[in-house]
Each structure stands twice: as structure tokens, then as C-alpha cells.
Write a protein that binds this ligand. Structure first.
Ligand SMILES: NC(=O)C1=CN([C@@H]2O[C@H](COP(=O)(O)OP(=O)(O)OC[C@H]3O[C@@H](n4cnc5c(N)ncnc54)[C@H](OP(=O)(O)O)[C@@H]3O)[C@@H](O)[C@H]2O)C=CC1
Ligand SMILES: O=C1O[C@H](COP(=O)(O)O)[C@@H](O)[C@H](O)[C@H]1O
Length: 510
């Protein structure tokens, strides 16, 4: 039996892509795992005119996103799930009939005994977030006298610092901060959470987790795909807003943060905010020029197939300067991280889809094995966020035979090898957390603002300084080669999978 309280999930934007692709399949997984409460109702809300039955068909019974999941399940099992779904339309601008919506919510609550506990999931264009919150509050649907009320807000959370602050202020005038859940699906990934466990449940890493032992930190987020059907959205966003400001800075905060007092949402989020506030903000043009690279993918041929360049994608301005590749070098101004460079890059149309964190440790301060070729032999801790979720440690071993020749070996852990390896999908985990009132993996207002504080000057420099370069890279390669110039000395980006035959160790060459 689920420990989740009876409740209703009200999804605004229920006819959209996210609902069908992520939310409903996640709910199905939770349903199959007996994680949904006994009394549970989903009320979909959007502009389209749909009956309950049509909505059920669209997002459950005829949804291609559920085809694999329902394979082998009986009609009864599938119907019991789809019977939990209801639909209400709100007219063209979501502002007309909130009293009608409130009545529908109340009727469903009474009929299905959902305890007055409601989650409002805002999966609409962001311009509607505040309007919806205001209307809900006017209907008393933020009031926790009878049952709790929570509101989940999708990304993008603001367009820059100013708009993020305004949005926070707007939402907070209708809901308390403790009721607001800002979703960042990377925090729902098992391996992102494992960053905390790796650091704080092992005494072998934390003593080394500082400037005395770490040479630099490298994070790569690469996607093989392009902007797909989201060119219109992406062209107004770009890689820095779409991935770096949220997902990647969340990962950075988990690497940088100090140990929390305990694993509560309050303590973890307090430490993450401190971490984000300690990122050194780059303000002058020279610093921004030296430490940032932006680029766009160009048309190319991949596996014999022609691939469009970014500017040819549907919805994209043919003269667009929006970046599909962003690489940033930065420092963290605090006791632990002083002078340790962080290199973070994110891009579309790379050779493969991969997200990983590499902690590069310093060379031993005294070289005992002087005759050995020690190039590329420094220790690395590689946290593979996706795919092949796991952890790899690279360390030196003696090559058998005479003398002391050192080779690099791997200690490799794969999540898939665990007996208990039912890794929840990110949205599934995050939905369940919100349903249970656990906000640990959701971003707090001050975290979001601290991240924008760091990103704003870079965006401003890229968008408003005449003649800032935007480089091209052929779709299917590891970005523009001049992004290597960001890296100090002879370092090179570690391109996972490159030169596998020579070096299964995936290295930055020093
Ligand atoms: N799709 C994805 O993979 C991801 C999406 N997101 C975010 O989730 C949110 C939803 O995205 P997605 O589902 O892709 O978007 P879609 O465009 O597919 O769906 C948007 C939904 O909002 C409704 N809507 C659109 N415009 C209006 C309007 N002017 N007034 C009232 N309702 C409107 C639509 O209703 P109707 O169909 O009836 O017009 C539809 O239900 C966005 O904020 C997006 O940034 C975040 C991460 C990933
Ligand atoms: O939020 C987003 O994330 C996806 C990548 O997510 P992943 O879980 O597949 O790594 C990205 O494609 C999209 O542009 C962005 O909006």
C-alpha cells in the first residue's frame, strides 16, 4: 500500500507534449508500482475542447508514449488507470472560468475522497504561470485549511535574473514558498542524487574534495539530437538558458556545496544556495571573452544522412545567433575551491548523448617513478550521469615486469549491476516526491536567482556586445576546436568514446 496521501493532480497544459510524453507515463509507472494513493484523480486542464473520454484516449488509451509500458497489461489494468483521468477546458486564455474549474475540483474531491489535497502542475507556456496562480488563489485553491495545496512549476523559470525575480515574487504573492515546487528534471536523475551520497557517505572522497587535491573539474552534457520540433522555443532560449542555468548549475552546486547538517530539504538547499552564491561572476569583457565559447551546429552528413544545420531548422531565424553549444570556464570563490577551474559545456548535435562529471585530481606532489611515462596518469573520478549510469575511478597500477612502468587502470561501477536496480525515471521520482511533500529535489527561489545572477552577465555579453564570436561546428563533432583554448595548459576536453582503442581511459591530455 502506498504511503502517499489521497490527492488530486490538476495538470494545466494537459493537451501538451510534456503531459503525454513525461507526466502520464510516469504516473503509469507509479501506478504499476503501487505508489499511487488509493484515492487519486488527475484533472487535465487546457484550452482544447475535450471530453473526459477524449482526454483519456489522447493521453492514455491511444498514447504512443505508453505503448511499451502497457504491453502485456490487461485491459482491466489499463482502464483502471485511465478511469482516474478527467478533463476541463478553460477557454482561450485560461482566465475565464476558474469558478467552473473550482466547482469541478470540489465535485471530484467529494466524489473520489481526495482529502482536499491538490497539486497544481503548470505545464503551460511560462507566461501563464502567474496568471494561473493568481486565479487559483482567488478561488481559495491555495488555502490549506482543508488539505494541503502544492504548485509545481515547469522550466524555464524566468528568462533572466529580473524575470525570474518577478516570477518568484508573483508566485509567492499567491502561494507560500513551501507550497512551490520548481521542477528541474536533472535533480530527479538517480546519478545526480548519487553525487551527494558519493561525497557524503564515503570517507575516502570527502577529505580529497578540495583545492589541495583537485586540479580541475569538468562537466560535459552532450546530446546527439538537434532542436527537433522545438526550434521556435529554442531559438529564444539557447544552450545557456536551456541547460546551463538550470540543470548544469544544479549539478555544479552538488559538487561545490559543503556537507549539509542532515539530508533534509532545508539543509541541502541551504548549502546549494551558498555554493551557487560563491561562483565568481564574470563582469568585464576581457574575462567573458577568455572564459566563454558559444557556437552553433552546421549542416553535415552523419552515418550517410544529411543533417540540417541549426539555422535551417524549423522555427529558427536563418540569421540566428542563438548558441547550441556553450562552454564556460569559471572559478568558485570560497575556501574549498579557490583557484580550481571548473569547465562546463553543453551542446546539441554532438557525436553521442552523454552527461558526465570528471573530477581530475592533482599529480602526486613528488614523482617517485621518474622513468615512467606519467602523461595522462593522474587520478580521475568520473561520475556517469547518463547513459551507463555509474562511477569510474582511474588509478595508476604497475605494469607487470621489470622496473616500474605505470599504467592506468579502471575501477568501474555500473548501476545496472546492482541487484536492486529499478532506477526510477526522473519525472516519476519528482512527481512522487511532490505527492509526498518532499521538496529536496526541487529548486528553491533563491537557488534559481543565484544561478541567474551568474548567467546573466554572460548572456548580456553574448547578446549585446557587438562582434562577439559565434563559432560553427559540423553536426556530429565535439564542438568547435577552439573551445580547447578555454582549458589551461595542455588540457583538452575529455570526449567520451573518442580514441577508445588507444585509451579506454577517456582523458584530457595534459
Ligand atoms: N516538452 C518538453 O519536453 C518539456 C517542456 N517543458 C516545459 O513545459 C511546459 C509545457 O511544454 P509542452 O508540453 O512541450 O508545450 P506544448 O506546446 O506541447 O503544450 C502547451 C500546453 O499549454 C496550453 N497552452 C498553450 N498556449 C496557451 C495559451 N496561450 N493559453 C492557454 N493555454 C495554452 C496548450 O493547450 P492547448 O493544446 O489546448 O492549446 C497545451 O496544453 C513549457 O513551459 C515547457 O517549457 C520543460 C521541459 C521539457
Ligand atoms: O530540459 C531539457 O533537457 C533535455 C535533455 O534532457 P535529458 O534528460 O534527455 O538529458 C534537452 O534536450 C532539452 O533541450 C532541455 O529543454
Amino acid at each position: 500500500m502506498s504511503k502517499t496521501a489521497n490527492q488530486m493532480l490538476v495538470i494545466f497544459g494537459a493537451s501538451g507534449d510534456l503531459t503525454a510524453r513525461k507526466l502520464v507515463p510516469s504516473l503509469y509507472n507509479l501506478y504499476k508500482a503501487n505508489q499511487l494513493p488509493e484515492n487519486f484523480v488527475v484533472l487535465g486542464v487546457s484550452r482544447s475542447n475535450l471530453t473526459d473520454g477524449e482526454f483519456r484516449k489522447k493521453v492514455v488509451l491511444e498514447s504512443s508514449y505508453l505503448t511499451d509500458k502497457v504491453k502485456g497489461d490487461t485491459e482491466e489494468v489499463i482502464n483502471t488507470f485511465s478511469d482516474k483521468f478527467f478533463y476541463e477546458d478553460l477557454g482561450d486564455d485560461y482566465s475565464l472560468e476558474y469558478s467552473k474549474l473550482a466547482t469541478r475540483i470540489s465535485d471530484l474531491n467529494n466524489k473520489y475522497e481526495t482529502g482536499g489535497n491538490y497539486i497544481f502542475y503548470l505545464s503551460t507556456p511560462p507566461s501563464l504561470y502567474e496568471v494561473i496562480a493568481k486565479n487559483l488563489s482567488e478561488q481559495g485553491l491555495n488555502n490549506e485549511n482543508k488539505g494541503w495545496k502544492r504548485i509545481i512549476v515547469e522550466k524555464p523559470f524566468g528568462y533572466n535574473l529580473e524575470t525570474a525575480k518577478n516570477l518568484n515574487k508573483g508566485l509567492q504573492s499567491y502561494f507560500n514558498e513551501t507550497q512551490i515546487y520548481r521542477i528541474d528534471h536533472y535533480l530527479g536523475k538517480e546519478t545526480v542524487q548519487n553525487l551527494l551520497v558519493t561525497r557524503f557517505s564515503n570517507s575516502i572522497f570527502e577529505p580529497l574534495w578540495n583545492r589541495n587535491y583537485i586540479n580541475h573539474v569538468e562537466i560535459t552534457n552532450a546530446e546527439a539530437g538537434g532542436v527537433e520540433k522545438r526550434g521556435g522555443y529554442y531559438d529564444k532560449s539557447g544552450a545557456l538558458r536551456d541547460m546551463f542555468q538550470n540543470h548544469l548549475l544544479q549539478i555544479v552546486s552538488l559538487i561545490v556545496m559543503e556537507p549539509p547538517i542532515d539530508a533534509s530539504a532545508l539543509e541541502i538547499r541551504n548549502e546549494k544556495v551558498k555554493a551557487l552564491k560563491s561562483l565568481r561572476i564574470m563582469r568585464d569583457e576581457e574575462t567573458l571573452f577568455k572564459n566563454t565559447v558559444r557556437a552553433q551546429y552546421l549542416s553535415s552528413v552523419i552515418d550517410g544522412e544529411k543533417v540540417k544545420g541549426y539555422r535551417e531548422e524549423e522555427g529558427v531565424d536563418p540569421n540566428s545567433k542563438t548558441e547550441t553549444y556553450a562552454a564556460i570556464k569559471f572559478f568558485v570563490d570560497n575556501w574549498r575551491w579557490k583557484d580550481v577551474p571548473f569547465y562546463v559545456r553543453t551542446a546539441k548535435r554532438m557525436p553521442t548523448k552523454v552527461t558526465e562529471v570528471v573530477i581530475h585530481f592533482k599529480s602526486p606532489h613528488h614523482q617517485v617513478f621518474k622513468n615512467s611515462d606519467l602523461k595522462n596518469k593522474d587520478n580521475q573520478l568520473i561520475i556517469r550521469i547518463q547513459p551507463d549510469e555509474g562511477i569510474l575511478i582511474k588509478f595508476g597500477v604497475k605494469v607487470p615486469g621489470q622496473g616500474f612502468k605505470v599504467e592506468r587502470a579502471n575501477l568501474d561501477f555500473y548501476y545496472s549491476n546492482l541487484a536492486e536496480n529499478n532506477v526510477m525515471e526522473a519525472y516519476e521520482r519528482l512527481l512522487l516526491d511532490a505527492m509526498q511533500g518532499d521538496a529536496t529535489l526541487y529548486a528553491r527561489a533563491d537557488e534559481v536567482e543565484a544561478a541567474w545572477e551568474f548567467v546573466d552577465p554572460i548572456l548580456d555579453y553574448w547578446e549585446n556586445t557587438p562582434d562577439v564570436n559565434i563559432y560553427g561546428y559540423s553536426a556530429g563533432v565535439w564542438g568547435p576546436t577552439n573551445s580547447d583554448d578555454l582549458l589551461e595548459g595542455n588540457l583538452r576536453w575529455r570526449n567520451p568514446g573518442e580514441n577508445l582503442a588507444d585509451d579506454p581511459g577517456f582523458c584530457l591530455i595534459r
